[in-house]
Design a protein around this ligand. Structure first.
Ligand SMILES: Nc1ncnc2c1ncn2[C@@H]1O[C@H](COP(=O)(O)OP(=O)(O)OP(=O)(O)O)[C@@H](O)[C@H]1O
Ligand SMILES: [Mg+2]
Length: 342
């Protein structure tokens, strides 16, 4: 372990049976120190069980004694290759993060500012010419203004996604009640639902604990999911929001009876700018809602998943870690909410 700590090698060969400390322990410690270091177990006690056990603890491979120099060379080469790939992946991920941040700066400076200036000039020009403009010229001005406003709106949403700053969100974490999140989200979507004659139903399974999080962004995440459910519902459809506690996590599900998502689209809907097959023109979005939502949920150490069937509807599930023993600390809260809703 001393050598490993001092030299941070690429590959480590470990015996399983050693005096004082077991190979398993060494593998675990190396993994904690630097998970990219490749550990290969060399042992005379090469039973399948200990091999499996070593792999579970994070060993890369297993070399039973006796082995030929060629076998040792081969496994070393593969180990080195594996480490190179892992390091490359890490570097790429870091690069992607940096690109994302740079991209935000580029978008805001190089696109947003000049576009804003064009918009202002257009307003000015239109005001100056207003008395001289023919009807068709006025229509042209309107069209330009609309297009520019749309572009600015898109850039704003764009920036919002890129700038969902996980560290900042985490700074403002506080205990939040799940029922508050849901009612705030529903409140903002209700008008849209009413227009589409979509009924939003809510059901809580008590007792329901608290989550540690940022209320504003969590509501925004829910708004995205529920507004999708309404948006991709047919006239007169139903949207069911359920919340319940499962051991240490809180599960919020949003189920709709809408158009559903095709199998080809399903793996990509949480990506940036992914909007599925063209739906009704009025309901097209920028394809960012779910990307933002995923980022918010992950910033809360939660996860989001989806199940869907074309023509039958979709079910989105958000799982957030419950605040420790929040259920036990707040028995009256749960009971009150329960009696309120009855
Ligand atoms: N409840 C749903 N039912 C059917 N399709 C859905 C549902 N939710 C999402 N989708 C599909 O996933 C795609 C991505 O959703 P997302 O919310 O990210 O973008 P959007 O709704 O198109 O635009 P935005 O939310 O940015 O206005 C949608 O375009 C749609 O095809
Ligand atoms: Mg959406």
């Amino acid at each position: 372990m001393k050598i490993v700590r001092e030299s941070l090698p690429d590959v480590v060969f470990v015996d399983l049976k050693m005096p004082g400390v077991s190979g398993f322990e060494v593998i675990e410690k190396i993994n904690l120190l630097d998970p990219t270091i490749v550990t290969i177990v060399i042992t005379g006690y090469a039973t399948v069980n200990s091999a499996v056990e070593a792999m579970k603890k994070g060993a890369y491979d297993f070399l039973p004694k006796p082995f030929t120099p060629e076998e040792l060379r081969l496994i070393t080469q593969r180990g080195l290759e594996k480490r190179r790939l892992v390091q490359e992946t890490i570097a790429l991920r870091r690069e992607k993060e940096m690109l994302r941040e740079h991209f935000a700066a580029i978008v805001s400076h190089e696109l947003k500012s000049p576009l804003g200036a064009i918009q202002q000039n257009l307003f000015g020009l239109e005001a100056e010419l207003s008395s001289k403009l023919t009807e068709s010229q006025k229509t042209l001005f309107e069209r330009m203004k609309c297009r520019i406003a749309d572009l600015l709106k898109l850039i704003h949403t764009w920036l919002r996604v890129i700038l969902v700053d996980i560290k900042k969100i985490k700074e403002s974490f506080a205990p939040v009640t799940v029922t508050t999140l849901i009612s705030k989200a529903v409140e903002s979507i209700q008008p849209h639902a009413t227009r589409k004659e979509v009924e939003i139903l809510i059901s809580y399974e008590e007792p329901l604990g608290l989550v540690d999080g940022d209320e504003g962004t969590l509501v925004a995440a829910l708004v995205n999911i529920v507004s999708n459910a309404v948006k991709y519902s047919r006239l007169g459809g139903k949207v069911l929001i359920k919340a319940k506690q499962e051991e240490n996590s809180i599960l919020i599900s949003v189920t709709d009876t809408g158009v559903g998502i095709s199998e080809e689209d399903l793996p990509y809907i949480f990506g940036d700018f992914y909007a599925g097959k063209p739906g009704p023109a009025a309901e097209r979005g920028s394809g960012l809602g779910l990307a933002i939502t995923r980022r918010i949920v992950e910033a809360h150490n939660g996860s989001i998943s989806v199940e869907s069937e074309v023509g039958r509807g979709s079910a989105f599930a958000i799982r957030l870690p419950a605040l420790k023993s929040s259920v036990h600390n707040q028995p009256s809260l749960g009971a009150e909410t329960y009696s309120d809703s009855h």
